[in-house]
Ligand binder design. Structure first.
Ligand code: URA
Length: 204
C-alpha cells in the first residue's frame, strides 16, 4: 500500500532520524508517552545489528540493548569475536510497546503493521550507515529488514543477499533465549553461538 511517508524526502542524517522518531506518531506506539530509542554506534559501521524494539531498560536509559537481552548479546558477540563497539545497533521499532501491570511495564510484541510503518526510519539508518552485513535478531528485526516475516528456524545462520548488496544474517532474539530453561536453553544458546560464529566469519 501507499506509504505514509510517500511525500517526504528520506532523512538526510542520523540526527534527523533521532529527531524524527521522537516526534513520530504514525503508529499507535509513538503515542504511548515513551521516548523513542535511536540506534547507536559508528556512522559508517560494516555491521548493523537490528533488534525488535527497546525494552523497559532501554526506554529508561534511552539506549538500545542495555538491559538483560543486551547483556546476553554482548557476551555472545564477545565470545564470537565480534566487537559491539564497531557495530551500529538499532531496532526495527523505535518506541517501547508495553502493557502496564501494576508498577511494571510488560513487553508487547509489535505487530507486522507497526514494524512496516517504522521501516521508514530503519531504511533511513541503512541508507546512511551503509553496512556490509546486517544481523537480524528474531522475527521482528528480520521483518523490518526483509519486509516479510521469515521462519527464523529455516533461514538462520546463512547470508541472505539484498538488492542493495548487503547481506542479512538471521538468528534468534536474545530475549527468547532468556525465557528458556533446561535443555532447550542449552541447545538454543549453542545455536545462537554458532550463528554468531558464522557472522564473525562473514565479517572477516
Ligand atoms: N530487545 C530488543 O529487541 N531491542 C532492545 O534494544 C532491547 C531489547
Amino acid at each position: 500500500g501507499a506509504s505514509l511517508f510517500e511525500a517526504e524526502a528520506p532523512p538526510s542524517s542520523l540526527t534527523a532520524i533521532a529527531e524524527g522518531i521522537e516526534q513520530c506518531r504514525r503508529c499507535p506506539i509513538g503515542c504511548n508517552g515513551t521516548r523513542a530509542v535511536m540506534g547507536e554506534g559508528p556512522r559508517a559501521a560494516d555491521l548493523m545489528i537490528v533488534g525488535e524494539q527497546p525494552g523497559d531498560t532501554e526506554e529508561r536509559e534511552h539506549r538500545p540493548f542495555v538491559g538483560p537481552a543486551g547483556q546476553l548479546l554482548d557476551r555472545a558477540l564477545n565470545e564470537a569475536g565480534v566487537d559491539r563497539e564497531r557495530a551500529y545497533v538499532t531496532n526495527a521499532v523505535k518506541h517501547f510497546k508495553f502493557t502496564p501491570r501494576g508498577k511494571r511495564r510488560l513487553h508487547q510484541t509489535p505487530t507486522a503493521g507497526d514494524i512496516d510503518i517504522c521501516r521508514w526510519w530503519l531504511d533511513g539508518e541503512r541508507a546512511l550507515v551503509k553496512p556490509k552485513v546486517i544481523l537480524a535478531l528474531g522475527a521482528s528485526g528480520a521483518r523490518g529488514l526483509l519486509g516479510r516475516t521469515p521462519a527464523i528456524g529455516k533461514e538462520r545462520g546463512q547470508a541472505i543477499a539484498q538488492p542493495d548488496g548487503t547481506q542479512v544474517w538471521l538468528t534468534a532474539h536474545p530475549s527468547y533465549l532468556l525465557r528458556l530453561d533446561g535443555e532447550a536453553r542449552e541447545r538454543e544458546h549453542g545455536r545462537f553461538a554458532q550463528d554468531l560464529a558464522g557472522l564473525s566469519r562473514l565479517l572477516s
